[in-house]
Design a protein around this ligand. Structure first.
Ligand SMILES: [Mg+2]
Length: 187
């Protein structure tokens, strides 16, 4: 089968990693429970920052957030490796900016994800992901972002939301742990 995955906050715990960096850089000690309750993908609210200051903070840390030691979600690497081993096709579809494509691909490889050169797509807008997903005729696609998921409600691909506080309003099948995937595809 053909599987497609978003990367940030689908396979790797990017927001939470950034949250800890924000605490460190701002010399704050905001509790994780505040982060876990956020209804926005952006995390600046947890630190009392407005959109502009939050955007600046994010951009100033993007390098560290993207390319240092952000952990994968539990089971993500192992699950994708097993899919690959069992002969499935694995595609990555990320809306990170195009200039981050090559380094992101290499970072994924270094962190154990199975990545084939022509199975990696980067640099599209959220609402443009649907074109890649349709063209690849994916059987399954996983993403966390409401702005993406909302565009995928009527396609043949089975689409799953990676469960998070900011996407619970969406009435869509969801995955809470990568350890559940095996069971899900055997249904
Ligand atoms: Mg994402």
């Amino acid at each position: 089968m053909r599987f497609g995955f978003d990367i940030d906050d689908t396979l790797i715990n990017l927001r939470e990693f950034a949250f800890h960096l924000y605490n460190e850089k701002l010399n704050e000690n905001v509790e994780l429970s505040v982060f876990k309750a956020l209804k926005t993908i952006e995390i600046h609210e947890a630190f009392g920052l407005d959109k502009e200051a939050g955007g600046k903070m994010w951009n100033s840390l993007a390098e560290e957030v993207y390319y240092s030691s952000c952990p994968a979600f539990d089971g993500a690497v192992e699950t994708l490796q097993e899919l690959e081993k069992n002969g499935h096709e694995i595609y990555y579809i990320t809306a990170r900016k195009a200039e981050h494509g090559e380094r992101t691909k290499n970072w994924m490889i270094e962190n154990g994800f199975p990545v084939k050169d022509d199975h990696f797509f980067c640099g599209m807008k959220d609402h443009e992901k649907i074109h890649t997903i349709n063209r690849l005729e994916l059987d399954y696609y996983f993403d966390d972002k409401p702005a993406v998921l909302e565009t995928l409600l009527d396609i043949p691909t089975k689409v799953y939301a990676i469960d998070n506080s900011y996407n619970r309003e969406l009435d869509i099948p969801r995955l809470a742990s990568w350890f559940e995937l095996k069971e899900l595809i055997s249904e």
